[in-house]
Design a protein around this ligand. Structure first.
Ligand code: SD4
Length: 326
């Protein structure tokens, strides 16, 4: 069991040793070893079903982009997942507002934020990527764009989510990270049979957030980043902390410098923690997933309990526990 003090020492060691590791980056860089493909990884328990949908596309020779879109649509449509799409817990005004983004192997990307009434924000994000000169549409403009492209306007607040929100209203205590009721994003990364990478990220955001709040999930470089030469990364947890360090982009940059996916995630988590003076009462969760060009993946989180799903030839479908600082 690591004490907080040991942990702080470790951070200092890591920070001091980065230039040392960097001096080895050529040697530590990409070997010409076998590339494992296809592979798909995604955040949390609902990643299992999502990965299965993605896997069908990957194993029939489809594009990673199509696989990640199809994959994350599974929890978007599932009312049991109270943190993504339909059935997501609302903001403090009782409105379900969604954030999502998608990125492909050519650095094409699309994003929606603060979108209401559309069950599949990821598909709206993809359409923005493919049909507009822009990357990101938000709020009313994003809704108008979706409706004019054939998406249906729906009520996404299920009776169960409404009941929970009304219960919360009694005390209105805002806890961005509530261990009793983990509230999470799906971030998914895939490498297809051709060795191309793509990623998708979609969420209803932190429950009972302020109306209008946007997290990291629709921000390219924060909640998701894909560089087809290097690798891809995605994030879950308190989006404000992820945005502050341009999380997913930082993970990819560490991989570019030769770090493994797990090392890259860990270094980025440590970057987040640098600003916290008092680690004793830290109750903020952030988790990163990363997949490199060789089909190797890795994860790291601040707190335990971050789990992720992986699907590959070697491992089949598995739900795994991530390593964490605490
Ligand atoms: C957000 N990162 O809106 C998302 C939500 C999440 O665990 O992943 N919560 O900040």
């Amino acid at each position: 069991m690591t004490t907080r003090r040991q942990f702080l020492k470790r951070i200092t060691f890591f920070t001091a040793s980065i230039p040392f590791f960097n001096s080895f980056k050529i040697k530590r860089g990409y070997s010409k070893g076998t590339i494992r493909k296809p592979v798909v990884i995604s955040t949390w328990w609902f990643g299992v079903e999502a990965n299965k949908a993605a896997w069908k596309i990957l194993t029939s020779g489809g594009r990673a982009l199509d696989a990640v879109e199809a994959g994350v649509k599974v929890p978007e449509a599932d009312p049991k997942v109270k943190s993504v799409g339909y059935g997501g817990l609302p903001d403090r005004d009782g409105r379900v507002t969604l954030d999502a983004c998608i990125m492909d192997e050519f650095s094409n990307c699309g994003s929606v934020a603060f979108l209401e009434h559309i069950k599949h924000p990821i598909s709206v994000a993809r359409l923005i990527m493919e049909k507009t000169p822009h990357i990101m549409l938000v709020g009313e403009g994003a809704l108008q764009f979706a409706l004019s492209n054939g998406f249906k306007k729906e009520n996404l607040l299920t009776p169960e989510a409404e009941k929970e929100w009304k219960e919360w209203l009694k005390n209105s205590e805002y806890k961005p990270w509530d261990f009793q009721d983990i509230h999470d994003t799906i971030g998914m990364l895939a490498i297809d049979q051709k060795g191309n990478l793509a990623g998708a990220c979609t969420t209803s955001g932190l429950k009972y957030k302020m109306h209008g709040r946007v997290g990291d999930s629709p921000i390219i470089g924060a909640g998701l980043f894909v560089d087809n030469e290097v690798g891809a990364a995605t994030a879950t947890g308190v989006g404000e902390e992820v945005i502050r360090v341009a999380g997913a982009h930082t993970v990819v940059e560490y991989m570019r410098n030769g770090y493994t996916p797990e090392e890259a995630c860990k270094l980025t988590i440590e970057r987040i923690l640098k600003r916290f003076k008092n680690m004793e009462n830290l109750d903020i969760q952030v988790g990163f997933l990363a997949l490199n060009k060789k089909g190797e993946y890795g994860t790291y989180a601040i707190l335990p309990d971050f789990e992720y799903a992986v699907y590959s030839e070697e491992e089949g479908i598995q739900l795994k526990k991530s390593k964490s600082i605490y």
